[in-house]
Design a protein around this ligand. Structure first.
Ligand code: CTP
Length: 447
């Protein structure tokens, strides 16, 4: 019996896939089809896949051409599969010509003619309207947005606005497809969605105006510094049938998401303690130290360490305390404590104090150690009493990492999902409530 193997994503299964499978099947007597799993696709930079792995497997099955379907999980698996299934021919479309010649050592490699004029990318692009995003606030963070959105389909940056017209002009010069708008209203006229990367205190008004103009809004973290305001804005978004998302990039980081899932699956037992730290030594003349612009370490950095705490322990903490070192009216360092019924959590944030930035989650069976920079990690380790049980996990973190949150934002828009499981609205509201408690100096002691 001659065995043939072929691989693909098979997203939005189309005639090109069916032709390829038919041609591959005709090469032998038994066809094995490898379908990439979701995290493998994400790791190799394919961020736009519309169908999940189960749907894609079902679609391949429905063609009736595959004798066996397997899942492709990791780089190098093709060699393992060829040997494991005793494969005679590896077949793939001609768009891969030459790329799999290294498999000739293990079996015959055949490049089959690709069907012209159709691809999953094309179907994805045609099946959705491209979301035109306007940038509000053309500073350092916003500079990263265009190249990151380029790798996500269904989104394009078309316009920018800044109260400093010179900053907007420079931005448009750096990104030639982006048009400068003289006013926020003009920006709203020319776009479907906005990305807000302005100082904290201006977020509320921009979000509200954006939503009232029926725009989807992605707003830099911290979204607002007031729980009631966060609640009101999320409600308004739903009433306006628009997506409002807080741009907490750690929440969308592939490694962080997997860490949360592993811990929720009990791999370190019950969580009893979380420690998370983050610090930066910044120029004292910057906005981050300005009391008038809600400067200080907690507002600037707090939403990152609060994320693992709220995701793992929930929003119903019993006590909240802060210890802050103040300078010029802002906290240059804050240590926060949250007590839960069966766990304690603490975090440290610093703008004028440097500390080890790691995340440690302690459980009854073991602990997770995520070294700095854990907030954009590609690596973590689960550690146990018996060191032989320790496990290291590695992931891919591409570019500036904004692509993951942009992809989720677009996915929420397409699928009308008002709340993302990566950062629930209630978690974002809880962060705003914690910021508010701090602003009102509730539970704050200075050191
Ligand atoms: N294929 C083909 N003809 C097409 C599209 C795909 O023969 N028009 C083949 C590919 O060469 C590959 C298999 O189908 O052997 C699965 O490819 P996949 O990457 O899943 O499909 P694409 O449509 O190319 O997907 P994308 O646009 O996301 O790259």
């Amino acid at each position: 019996m001659k065995k043939v193997i072929t691989y693909g994503t098979y997203d939005l299964l189309h005639q090109g896939h069916i032709n390829l499978l038919r041609r591959a099947k005709a090469l032998g007597d038994y066809l094995i089809v490898g379908v990439t799993n979701d995290s493998f696709d994400r790791d190799r930079g394919k961020l736009n896949v519309r169908n999940n792995v189960l749907e894609r497997v079902e679609a391949v099955k429905a063609t009736g051409l595959a004798d066996q379907i397997i899942i492709e999980d990791y780089i190098g698996q093709k060699i393992d599969d060829i040997q494991k299934y005793d494969v005679d021919i590896f077949a793939i479309g001609s768009d891969w010509e030459g790329k799999f010649d290294y498999l000739n050592e293990f079996c015959q490699v055949v490049y089959l003619p690709r069907t012209e004029g159709i691809s999953s990318t094309m179907l994805r692009d045609n099946s959705q309207k491209t979301v035109r995003v306007g940038i509000v606030g053309c500073g350092r963070v916003a500079q990263r947005f265009p190249s990151e959105s380029d790798v996500v389909s269904g989104v394009t940056v078309t316009a920018c606005y800044d109260i400093d017209s010179e900053a907007a002009r420079r931005y448009a010069e750096a990104f030639p497809n982006v048009e400068v708008c003289a006013s926020f209203e003009e920006l709203l006229d020319k776009t479907d969605a906005i990305y807000i990367a302005t100082p904290h205190l201006s977020h509320y008004e921009y979000i509200k105006q954006g939503l009232l103009a029926k725009h989807h809004v992605l707003c830099e973290t911290p979204m607002v510094l007031d729980g009631a305001a966060a609640k009101e804005l999320y409600q308004l978004a739903e009433e306006q049938d628009c997506i409002l998302m807080e741009a907490n990039k750690t929440a969308h980081c592939p490694a962080f998401n997997h860490l949360i899932v592993l811990i929720k699956s009990g791999l370190i037992g019950d969580v009893v303690d979380i420690e998370a730290s983050l610090s930066q030594l910044l120029d004292r003349n910057g906005r981050e130290f300005d009391t008038q612009q809600a400067g200080g370490a907690l507002f600037e950095e707090g939403s990152y360490p609060l994320l693992p705490i709220l995701k793992l322990m929930g929003i119903n903490y019993k006590e909240l305390h802060f210890y802050s070192k103040m300078e010029g009216g802002v906290d240059i360092f804050t240590k926060g404590f949250l007590r839960y019924p069966s766990a304690t959590c603490n975090f440290k944030v610093g703008l004028g104090v440097k500390t080890e930035g790691c995340l440690i989650i302690s459980g009854t069976k073991g602990y997770a150690h995520v070294p700095a920079p854990w907030w954009k990690t590609d690596y973590f380790e689960l550690r146990y009493e018996n060191q032989n049980d320790n496990k290291k996990f590695f992931y891919k973190w591409d570019g500036y990492g904004l692509r993951y949150e942009i992809q989720e934002f677009i996915s929420c828009i397409i699928n009308h999902r008002f709340s993302s499981s990566r950062l629930r609205r209630r978690e974002s509201i809880c962060m705003a409530e914690i910021m508010q408690a701090f602003a009102k100096r509730r539970g704050v002691e200075t050191i």
